[in-house]
Ligand binder design. Sequence first.
Ligand code: MG
Length: 161
Amino acid sequence: MSESTRVGIGYDIHRLVEGRKLVLGGVEIPFEKGLLGHSDSDVLTHAICDALLGAAALGDIGAHFPDTDPRWAGASSLDFLAHAVELITEHGYSIANVDATVLAERPKLRPYIQAMRESLAAVLRIDVDQVNVKAKTNEELESIGRGEAMAAQAIALLITR
Ligand code: MG
């Protein structure tokens, strides 16, 4: 097969609730709330998983890691990401780059961006300069702006060898 490129997008949203750790890109961030869900609910890592699976036409995170499967209860989303990387590698793809945006009103995420990039790059098995993470507030609008949820968007470019 000649070399070609494949692009995929990912999106995710989780509710913010008390009594949960906040984990983004595999990095635990000190905050009074965390994201609700079956796994650690790392919304950023979930969006990146979907971007990778999407680019390879391998379905979505819900198909590979159903929240009805007790194996994944309380799982680290980095395990999902590592599995997604294995799948795309088996299908002959390598990652050119990943870009992502986290939508969160609070806390300020800038101090944690570099740690998130490093954490993600290690699991994606690429260099840190192939992973970008951006953070935006929602300008106090809607559920994210009211601090009821966080969302993430991601895009991934894959190369076939
Ligand atoms: Mg999710």
